[in-house]
Every structure is written in C-alpha cells, then in structure tokens.
Design a protein around this ligand. Structure first.
Ligand code: GLV
Ligand code: MG
Length: 349
C-alpha cells in the first residue's frame, strides 16, 4: 500500500520536475544488455550494438573494479552523448545506495545526460524506503537540469529483505518501471548453498518413490528460482510494472540459459539480462512469442471480436478469459513485429 494519499501520488516531487508517468511507457524489452563503460573497445562497438538489442545498460556496479568506477561513470556519459539510441532503451545500473559512488553516479549522469536516460537500475533494494529516496533525488535533479521526461527506476530483487518487501517495493512510486531477479546476491543474502549465478542445481530436486524391486530412483531436478520469480511476477503485475529474470553466468551452457529464460517468460517476465553477446539471440528467441501460439491467439481474437462468449477452436474451448490470454500474446507479438520485419511476416501482423 502506498504511504501517500492517491492525489499526491502523481504530483512531481520537486518544483520544475516533470509529472510522473501514469503508466510504464510501452516498450519492447526482451533483453537488457550490459556493457562495461570503462572498456573503450566495448564502447567503440556501441553503434553496432544499438540496433541488435532492446535495451543497452551501462553497468557501474558489481563487476566494475573499485579503481575503474569513475572511468565507468565517465565512459557511460560519453557513450550516452556520442550515440543516438533510437528505439533502444538507455539504462544504467548505478552503484548501491550505501556505496561511496552512488551520489556522484546520480549527480553526474543526470546532470550530463538526464534527457537521454530512460531508466536507473538500483541494486540491492531492501524496501520501499530505498525507492522513495531515489524518487525524490531524481525529481530534484530533473528539476535542476530541466529534464523533460521522468527517469524511471528499476529495482534489483537480490536480498532476503527485499524479497520480504517485494510488494511494497513494486508499489512505492509511479516512477517504478519494474524489477529484476538478482540470483547471485540473493543466493548469498539468503544463505543458499550454490556458487552458480542463476539456473538449476543438480542436487535440488524430488526423488522418485522407492521401487518394489529396489531399482535405481531418479532425482527430478526442480527450479531453485521458481518461488522467487513467481512472487516477483505477482508483485509487479499487480502494480502494472514489469518483472525480469536477471543474469545467467554460465556462458558455456546456452541450453541451460535458454531453459531458465523460458521459465521466466512463461511465468510472466518481460525479458532477462544479457551479459554476453551470445545471450542477446537467446533472449530474443525466448522472449518473442512462439509463431504457432501467436497464430492460434489471433484465431481466438478473430473468433470473439468483442471478447465475450464461448467458441470452439481446433477442439479447444475459448471464452472471455482465453481471449485475454490471447491478447497478451498478440500485443507482445505486435511490439516484436514493430521492431523486426521478418517476425511481422511470420506472425502475419
Ligand atoms: C545480480 O546483480 C545478481 O546479484 O544476481
Ligand atoms: Mg547483484
């Protein structure tokens, strides 16, 4: 529940700051592609990357060494200034609130490129208080620098306390864009016994019943992240914001990456992080709806033009609820089609 009365919720938090968004702007965000902005070679390739990805994120937090934090911040600003991002989102992951770098990350980046920045990803969010602080700070900086479009906040869900407060975090501000699962920090925070970043674990499973003949029993592997992703999806979708799966760090196992992304997609996530160029195409494949499913969903919409009643299609009963399921699929397919002409052809859109 919001701690503010409804009328206050959509008032700008600083004189001269833009009015908050009423809804998260519609955007295709199948992958949030991370780049290290202190790496000049990588930055030189940004013009090639822009048309390949839905979101490009300059990472300032974990994985950037302490002695490169300032170079990364400067590199992000330079990259933002030097490129035209078109329909590709420009995000940054700033350092966490209690770090020595967060304040300068915000002051310098919003001051220099606030008009180009779509979303600030805030790590290690523990409760709504973290969002409210950044919300106020962003409003002050937007006002000071004449930023016209409110900068959104994307939280990383990666502490046990954050998961406990996930619903309040999702509801904290109209500036909330969405949330990503951070399985590495979350595993550590919870005391999980895994050194992996996302994905399954061979020991986490359900053992098949004992057999009368004493034969070998199969351990059916389960998804370690199912509970958290499902909880995050409900918290986000209930507030009209977007849930995302985060990193998958085993770059040698593309099949496992695809399987983890697909579980997230099926459960309601909009996208995942890509940390390696080859994960861009995995995310594109997984988070673009299946052509067969979209064609079937279109049949449902066509058979029920006003979305009510009951019809049979290919032996399956459809009603108002399946019409809504079909609409989720077709709306997403339209966003993909708008970006990729060959998918528009495949979907017949
Ligand atoms: C991401 O930041 C994670 O900790 O998994
Ligand atoms: Mg993390």
């Amino acid at each position: 529940m919001s701690i503010k009365p409804p009328k206050k919720f959509f008032e700008p938090l600083a004189i001269g700051a833009p009015a908050p968004w009423r809804e998260v702007p519609v955007a295709l965000e199948r992958m949030i592609h991370f780049f290290p902005p202190h790496n000049e070679k990588v930055c030189a390739r940004i013009p090639e990357l822009i048309p390949q990805v839905d979101v490009l994120l300059g990472n300032l937090e974990d994985a950037i060494p302490a002695d490169a934090k300032e170079a990364a911040r400067r590199g992000f600003i330079a990259a933002a200034q030097a490129n035209d991002f078109g329909a590709t989102g420009l995000w940054t992951r700033v350092n966490c609130l209690n770090s020595p770098w967060f304040l300068d990350d915000m002051l310098e980046i919003v001051g220099a490129v606030g008009d180009k920045l779509d979303v600030v990803m805030l790590p290690k969010v523990e409760g709504p208080w973290d969002i409210l602080y950044l919300d106020q700070l962003l409003a002050q900086l937007e006002a000071r620098h004449g930023v016209k479009k409110p900068i959104l906040i994307h939280a990383i869900l990666e502490t046990a306390l954050g998961v406990t407060n996930v619903e309040a975090i999702a509801a904290a501000s109209p500036r909330m864009h969405g949330m990503s699962l951070g399985p590495a920090d979350l595993a550590a925070s919870r005391g999980m016994k895994t050194t992996r970043v996302g994905g399954g674990h061979p020991s986490y499973g359900v053992l098949e019943d004992a057999k009368a003949d004493g034969g070998a029993r199969t351990l059916f592997q389960q998804d370690l992240w199912h509970y958290t992703v499902a909880k995050m999806v409900d918290a986000c979708q209930a507030q009209g914001i977007k849930p995302f799966y985060g990193p998958f760090a085993d770059f040698a196992d593309d099949a496992a990456c695809e399987a983890q992304f697909r579980n997230a997609f099926l459960l309601g996530c909009a996208g995942a992080w890509s940390l390696h160029p080859k994960q861009i195409s995995i995310a594109k494949k997984v988070f673009s709806p299946d052509v067969g499913e979209v064609l079937f969903a279109k049949k449902i919409l066509e058979a029920m033009p006003d979305g009510t009643g009951a019809v049979m299609i290919d032996g399956k009963m459809q009603d108002d609820a399946t019409w809504k399921q079909a609409k989720v699929m077709v709306d997403l397919a339209r966003r993909v089609a708008a970006r990729e002409p060959e998918m528009a052809k495949a979907y017949g859109l």
